[in-house]
Design a protein around this ligand. Structure first.
Ligand code: ADP
Ligand code: MG
Length: 699
């Protein structure tokens, strides 16, 4: 057996109890896990303090001295063990609240120690609770350098006596056992080209760095290795998927597409739209199943790309479907696509939860016999009862509302899976996208239709409300429409609902009938009522739309020029950006007014400021990522990006790019990794695939 797969129970000084603790608290089971349990910081222990000149803070310090006496002192609850520790000139107290018996047996009086720990101050009296005490002779003998590792730990571990000292001891014991077993897993040419240190040096120096430079080199090497193997996995997965999953071939760009393109297109495509349509067309012609992510900021014109792609499918005698996250949005897609099609002969169906009875039955029939070419709808599309004659292309809009599992479900409708296009307006930085969605190809619409003006965004408080109302009146007088959005967040649904209704009443008072018409849409309304209200706004029959975030995604009313967001501090950045994207869709100057009280967190402040400063979705995504980390990114759970042991997906973007570049080059040149110089990679990769864990590969 691979010695690194040995249970830590058998490591000197651990045993079954500690092994259990380490497994439960830190997920460490094997030698391997322990080896890759890296310190999260390092402290400089080259300096010594004298007790006279201790910093008056809670700093971690190191002092040489001896224990003069030990005594048990009773306290309110239990007792504590107190040592008087002297450095020859002055003395201070070292204190233990637990583990007295063991400490008393261990500690030697009048013997030279090195004490290390965090200072506590009681007035002018320093003390050090639970210090790490090392015999000075041992300290000298171990010579492990001035930078000492500090391992991540938990309260429970500390309480059960697994201190930093014990952790370091475990590591030292482990290294004693296996240090000659660290095999290099990157080819020499890569090490040379990238000036990376050997794997063995890297692991040793990550735990016990010789100096700062060695530590940096060790971290760089290990981060590269980690990211390289993740990228390699993703790229290989993508390659194999393309090989394996056959798809329908759409060889022709037929009459429908050409006729539409030449005679019915309502506007000229942007360069980015043209490029993306070409990418999609190419993909669907290869014989492999397309799995493509289309990223484009709000308003960048993804719907037209979807429509053109669907026409290609129909030209090749297939059906297409478009799935939207909400009913309102599905209805809107249905209407705008029908409108965009003009007089062209394509039959479009709509399937939502509200389509019932005979209507539903007819729809299903027409779907099964192929009368319907394009089906637009909500989640209802993936129900088992929905049977297509021959679904060739499935488009999913605003994918963050759908899980990957749901995407996969679409595939099972036919013998061959349909091509899949996932459209999202939540841009994430490109390198990151590639590492998160390794199994998807990516297209980006990075250009807005011409003539768009940046939306002017301002931050306002309740004190400005009258001004805001006046501004609304002015815009409405010009024939424009206004959205007012209230937060609706599940935990406080009742409160939010009350806020919404209070807000609605106050707006209704200031904008009275018959001069003003107001729509209201919220989650507790029936779908038909929602749609009715929405429709009135779309048709311009109402000037103001009061709503909760149900309108967040996709709704398109080009005549709306003002977006007012209430309690804006409660929204996330991408949500704010989405909401703002509801305006600025026509040729007129549009405005976004963020209403917020004075009281808000630092993070909320950053979010609001970012919105005021920029309209660029990618820039906003970067800030969002920095604020929240990658944890909330869709799909990250599946990709393993979060389980990184040493690299940081945000901070190590440069290393990530390099790693991806090298992985790509490798797969292009030698996809099976058969060449002599790639043997280490092949072996390591094979191990990853058996253990299904990126860090389970060395031995
Ligand atoms: P999104 O990418 O957010 O889904 P839409 O597809 O809803 O954006 O497009 C937003 C608006 O821009 C729509 O009114 C659409 O008709 C219009 N539009 C899309 N592409 C173009 C273009 N190339 N030129 C002019 N207007 C366009
Ligand atoms: Mg859209």
């Amino acid at each position: 057996m691979d010695p690194l797969q040995t249970s830590i129970e058998y490591l000197k000084g651990i045993g079954p109890n500690r092994a259990n603790l380490l497994r439960e608290e830190l997920g460490i089971r094997t030698y391997q896990d322990l080896l890759h349990f890296f310190p999260n910081r390092y402290i400089d222990r080259s300096a010594f303090h004298s007790i006279n000149s201790l910093p008056k803070t809670n700093a971690e310090v190191q002092i040489k001295g001896q224990i003069l006496n030990l005594k048990i002192v009773p306290q309110k609850r239990g007792k504590r063990l107190v040592a008087t520790f002297s450095d020859g000139q002055s003395s201070m107290e070292m204190v233990w609240f637990r583990g007295h018996k063991w400490m008393q047996e261990q500690l030697k009086l009048n013997t030279a120690y090195v004490a290390f720990g965090r200072l506590s101050w009681y007035g002018s009296k320093a003390s050090m609770p639970h210090p790490e005490l090392t015999l000075e002779t041992d300290y000298e003998a171990t010579k492990i350098g001035a930078l000492h590792p500090v391992y991540p730990s938990t309260e429970k571990l500390v309480n059960k006596g697994v201190s930093q000292r014990i952790m370091k001891q475990m590591m030292t014991n482990l290294f004693g056992l296996i240090s000659n077993q660290f095999q290099e897993n990157l080819p020499d040419y890569m090490l040379k080209e990238l000036q990376l240190i050997s794997r063995k040096d890297a692991i040793i120096n990550a735990h016990f760095p010789k100096d700062l430079q060695a530590l940096n080199q060790a971290q760089r090497r290990l981060k590269f290795e980690e990211l390289f193997y993740i990228q390699l996995q993703l790229i290989q997965k993508n390659r194999l998927q393309k090989q394996k999953i056959k798809g329908y071939v759409f060889p022709v760009v037929g009459e429908l597409f050409s006729n539409y393109f030449n005679n019915y297109l309502p506007f000229q495509l942007t360069g980015a739209q043209q490029r993306v349509v070409k990418e999609i067309r190419f993909d669907m012609g290869t014989g492999k199943q397309m799995n493509r992510l289309l990223q484009g900021d709000v308003g960048s014109g993804k719907t037209m790309v979807a429509l053109l792609s669907m026409l290609i499918a129909i030209d090749n005698t297939f059906q297409a479907c478009l799935m939207a996250p909400t009913e309102i949005l599905a209805v809107q897609h249905y209407q705008s696509i029908k409108e965009a099609l003009g007089g062209i002969e394509v039959k479009v169906g709509l399937l939502t939860g509200s389509v019932k009875g005979a209507e539903r039955k007819t729809l299903f029939e027409e779907l099964a016999n192929g009368n319907i070419h394009i089906l637009i709808g909500t989640h209802a599309l993936i129900e088992d009862k929905v049977v297509f004659k021959n679904l060739g292309l499935a488009i999913i809009d605003e994918q963050h509302r759908f899980g990957v599992a749901q995407r996969a479900k679409l595939w099972r409708k036919n013998d061959l899976p349909p091509h899949v296009l996932v459209m999202t307006a939540t841009p994430i930085p490109r390198t990151l996208a590639m590492s998160v969605y390794g199994d998807l190809d990516i297209s980006v619409i990075d250009e807005l239709p011409p003539g768009r003006k940046d939306i002017k965004t301002v931050l306002r408080s309740d004190a400005n409300r009258l001004d805001v109302f006046r501004f609304m009146q002015d815009e409405i007088a010009k024939g424009r429409q206004v959205y007012i959005v209230y937060p609706l967040i599940q935990e406080s649904e009742k409160m939010d609902y009350k806020d919404l209704m209070d807000g609605y009443e106050s707006i209704a008072r200031s904008f009275p009938l018959p001069d003003y018409q107001i729509s209201i849409v919220h989650g507790q309304m029936k779908a038909v009522d929602k749609e009715y209200e929405m429709q009135r706004f779309v048709e311009g029959k109402t000037q103001i739309m009061v709503a909760t975030t149900v309108i967040e995604v996709g709704v398109n009313v080009p005549n709306a020029s003002v977006m007012i967001i209430e309690s804006a501090e409660r929204f996330g950045l991408s949500q704010l950006h989405q909401l703002r994207g509801r305006v600025g869709r026509g040729a007129d100057q549009s405005y976004c007014i963020l209403m917020s009280g004075k009281k808000r967190s630092q993070e909320a402040q950053t979010r609001l400021q970012t919105m005021v400063q920029t309209n660029d979705g990618f820039e906003i995504a970067e800030v969002d990522l920095r604020l929240r980390g990658p944890g909330d990114l869709m799909g990250t759970q599946q990709s393993g990006v979060l389980q990184l042991k040493i690299a940081d997906i945000l901070k190590d973007q440069d290393i990530l790019k390099t790693a991806r570049f090298f992985a790509q080059k490798l797969v292009e040149a030698d996809p099976e990794m058969k060449e002599e110089k790639h043997i280490r990679i092949r072996q390591t990769y094979a191990k990853i695939m058996t253990h299904k864990n990126i860090w389970n590969y060395i031995s």
